[in-house]
Design a protein around this ligand. Structure first.
Ligand code: CP
Ligand code: NVA
Length: 307
């Protein structure tokens, strides 16, 4: 049966580990896997803007011997003119896999249900699972084992990044803490799913309002923009409500002295994070951005040849 990667808990802990192990190998020997030789094509579709996802999938597909076909929804028939299911049936006759950055998670589910080629979530309103593979790879590189580590996400707890941290962190056996105001708490269903996963991996999930409490003793501190794509009209309200959730040096000082700082980028320096933290000694954001390439290549190899 075709495997898709629509949300972080589509992988078991063992599968997630296998993909991260493979990513480490691919980072050492970049052209060692060629599952797309032919070359076969991977469609990479964008309903929203992107720099990292676009570049890392384009480069990654080429590294794997294939050809990336980058499609903007704005000048395709997808997005109002044709359904995701019909698009999937057209694409599957010609491409080896579909990557889609979109708004509603339901669109990805419709796409996946309608096709026999793997569908990968390149970011939705609810989840950013490819980013989490890169983040977990970065934490492994800099900090070793994932299981048992405390990771604290601070800010918009309802964002795709926070919700992916819940699911992917729980899958990895990490202790995931989210600090957010009530207005931006993660969806209850996602918290419930992450809690269920954590029970099987030895991890845990805890929600906080207080960033100080949440960050104390953390091994990894993470934040993301307060104004995700699609939320631009709420900017003023969000800046007001999230103002107390800025990651600055004072807050970082409460985490473990060797704690890592991660941010998926793009960052609004001075809002969710101060420049001294994002550019400081604990920040691993450039490795994190590079690791999108290695992690997604491993994911594609796994989906196409090993799942
Ligand atoms: N982190 C991330 O997904 O960046 P882009 O929006 O540039 O793809
Ligand atoms: N939460 C952000 C992530 C950008 C990569 C957004 O959805 O805009």
């Amino acid at each position: 049966m075709t495997r898709h990667f629509l949300r972080d808990d589509d992988l078991t802990q063992a599968e997630q580990t296998e993909i991260l192990d493979l990513a480490i190998e691919l980072k050492k020997d970049r052209f060692s896997e060629r599952p797309l030789a032919g070359p076969q094509t991977v469609a990479v579709i964008f309903d929203k803007s992107s720099t990292r996802t676009r570049v890392s999938f384009a480069v990654g597909v080429a590294d794997l011997g294939g050809v990336p076909l980058i499609i903007s929804t704005a000048n395709s028939q997808l997005g109002g003119k044709e359904t995701a299911a019909d698009t999937a049936r057209v694409l599957e006759r010609q491409v080896a896999a579909i990557v889609w950055r979109t708004f509603a998670q339901a669109g990805l589910e419709e796409m996946a249900a309608g096709t026999k080629v793997p569908v990968v979530n390149g970011l939705s309103d609810d989840f950013h699972p490819c980013q989490l593979l890169a983040d977990l790879l970065t934490i492994r590189e800099h900090g070793g084992a994932l299981a048992g580590r405390i990771v604290t996400f601070i800010g918009d707890g309802a964002s795709n990044m926070a919700q992916s941290y819940l699911l992917a962190g729980a899958t990895a056996g990490m202790h995931v803490r989210i600090a957010s105001p009530d207005e931006y708490a993660p969806q209850e269903a996602v918290v419930a799913d992450a809690t269920r996963v954590a029970e099987t991996t030895g991890g845990s999930v805890t929600l906080f309002n207080d960033p100080v409490e949440a960050v104390t003793g953390a091994d990894v501190v993470v934040t993301d923009t307060w104004v995700s794509m699609g939320k631009e009209e709420e900017k003023a309200l969000r800046l007001r409500r999230l103002g107390a959730y800025r990651v600055d040096e004072q807050l970082m000082a409460l985490a473990h002295p060797d704690a890592l700082f991660l941010h998926c980028l793009p960052a609004d320096r001075g809002y969710e994070v101060t420049a001294d933290v994002i550019d400081g000694r604990q920040s691993v954001i450039w490795d994190e951005a590079e690791n999108r390439l290695h992690a997604q290549k491993a994911l594609l190899v796994w989906l196409l040849a090993r799942a």
